[in-house]
Design a protein around this ligand. Structure first.
Ligand code: PNW
Length: 477
């Protein structure tokens, strides 16, 4: 009998789950409807309209706040097992704190969650996807220790409100974007420069807030609600520009640890990565600081944060090449890490400048995560491709297909335990500072139409067939 030697005909098992993702700020609009308060993104865009491509805003976005039924129909048509979306904290808690709950905001999510349930689609809910209530930012945001209580109170309320219907929770989406981009390099809101200090402090409090939310779920809800809860860290794969060269392999190791391990290690292993601790301590000393700019975890804190996960949530889009950096840069993580990142001009690119198509990087990353973090159950919480919104989106199909194929290869060759895969995104949406120019959707959205008409793309049909057949090719031999 003919036995196919190529990996292309490998199948996903029946228990492997497929999903599709969005986030509140990127799709909802209704930025001040029904009592929602301002988030740091509302404030940032309204005060600095030129920071967004074409001066777009997310005031209306996909208008999903007014289109629950339509959104559910679109999700249903894909045949996915679950829908990953996020809750808008300022929509549920306009004061940021639990002293006042906005009924209308809760109503919106209840309708969505009940609608999904009715259609047998599981809800995977992110509590925080970057849209912090501005009133909390005004009191220090993630630079204040109070964020631990603000966030864990908010989390507890959400478990109470929605936990009977939500079995998978995510505390924070991509802490790097919040802390490094928001409180370090200051390219995203709240736009507070603090390279090498604010970003580390933010990370320290954010991880403690995550841990408290995990413990609250574990102690007060898990038994009854029987769900699970983790954090999502975004990873690029770091490949040494020159292999078989110690300086370059060290550069790659430092890169992945400073950019992702910083957020993952305290949760999955306990404490910061060694290389991060020693490099920041050494540079701080040279700068004349009395102690390291990286906050030190106490023994109790290490124990409290370690193990606060139920699966490993990872967003993966692209890879970078690492090279050692010997030139001193201004104080900050980019100097602390002691390496540069570049991308090969030969790699095919998406519309987003940073997104190069490197499925091989996902394969290496999955092996790395297995080896580094004690073979966890891995959920790929985001993966996707940006273009300019074409309906015949063959490049998106090819991107998804290649990434699905390497997941199967990593399973068979390395024994990596990936249990679920999520496409970013359900539909074209507000791509942060890129506005509406980079499109990630399986559905097209017409942002010049007041009705925000949605149209299915070729990739949606492809993904539907993958889910049905369990084969990346969309059919099996
Ligand atoms: C994610 N990188 O961020 C976010 O979770 C989404 O909200 C966003 O729409 C999506 O990616 C597409 O940009 C990332 O440079 C942005 O590798 C950049 C990177 C990774 C994740």
């Amino acid at each position: 009998a003919f036995v196919s030697g190529s990996g292309a005909s490998k199948k996903f098992t029946d228990d492997f789950l497929f999903g599709v993702a969005t986030s509140a700020y990127q799709i909802e609009g209704g930025w001040k409807d029904d009592g929602k308060s301002e988030s740091i993104w509302d404030r940032f865009i309204h005060e600095n309209p030129k920071r967004i491509w074409n001066q777009s805003s997310a005031d209306i976005a996909c208008d999903s706040y007014h289109k629950v039924e339509e959104d559910i129909e679109m999700i249903k048509a894909l045949g996915v097992d679950y829908y990953r979306f996020s809750l808008s904290w300022p929509r549920i808690l306009p004061n940021g704190t639990t002293d006042y709950v906005n009924k209308k905001g809760v109503e919106y999510y209840r309708k969505l969650i009940k609608g999904l349930r009715k259609n047998n689609i599981e809800a995977m809910v992110t509590l925080f996807h970057w849209d912090l209530p501005q009133v909390l930012q005004d009191q220090g945001g993630f630079l204040s220790e109070k964020i631990i209580k603000w966030f864990s109170d908010y989390a507890r309320l959400c478990f109470k409100l929605f936990g009977d219907d939500v079995k998978t929770w995510i505390t924070f989406n991509e802490p790097k974007q919040t802390c490094l981009m928001g409180y370090g390099l200051a390219v995203l809101p709240p736009n507070i420069p603090g390279s090498g200090i604010g970003d580390y402090k933010c990370t320290y409090y954010l991880l403690k807030a995550h841990a408290e939310a995990w413990h609250i779920y574990d102690k007060e809800f898990r038994e009854k609600q029987k769900g699970r809860i983790s954090i999502v860290v975004d990873y690029s794969w770091w490949e040494p520009l020159i292999t078989n060269n110690t300086a370059f392999t060290e550069a790659a190791e430092s890169g992945i640890q400073f950019m992702s391990g910083l957020y993952a290690n305290p949760v999955y292993l306990g404490d910061w990565p060694k290389i991060v601790k020693s490099r920041v301590a050494e540079l701080s000393k040279k700068e004349g600081e009395k102690k390291s700019r990286l906050p030190e975890f106490t023994k109790e804190e290490i124990v409290r944060i370690r193990g606060t996960y139920d699966f490993f949530g990872v967003n993966y889009y692209t890879s970078v090449l690492a090279l050692p950096n010997l030139i001193p840069l201004p104080r900050g993580i980019l100097n602390d890490r002691g390496c540069f990142q570049i991308q090969s001009p030969e790699w095919e690119g998406g519309k987003s400048l940073w997104l190069k198509v490197t499925p091989w990087g996902l394969k290496k990353l999955l092996k790395y995560l297995k080896d580094t973090y004690k073979n966890p159950e891995i959920i790929i919480t985001e993966n996707g491709y940006s273009d300019t919104g074409e309906l015949e989106d063959d490049k998106r199909i090819s991107y998804i297909k290649q990434h699905l194929n390497v997941i199967l290869e990593a399973r068979d060759e390395y024994g990596v335990n990936v249990s679920a895969y999520t496409v970013w995104s359900l539909m074209d949406n507000f791509e942060w500072i890129d506005g509406y120019q980079s499109r990630f959707g399986l559905y097209h959205v017409d942002f010049s139409d007041p009705k925000r008409k949605r149209t299915i793309k070729k990739s949606a049909l492809y993904y539907r067939d993958v889910i049905k057949t369990r084969c990346p090719e969309g059919k099996c031999e």
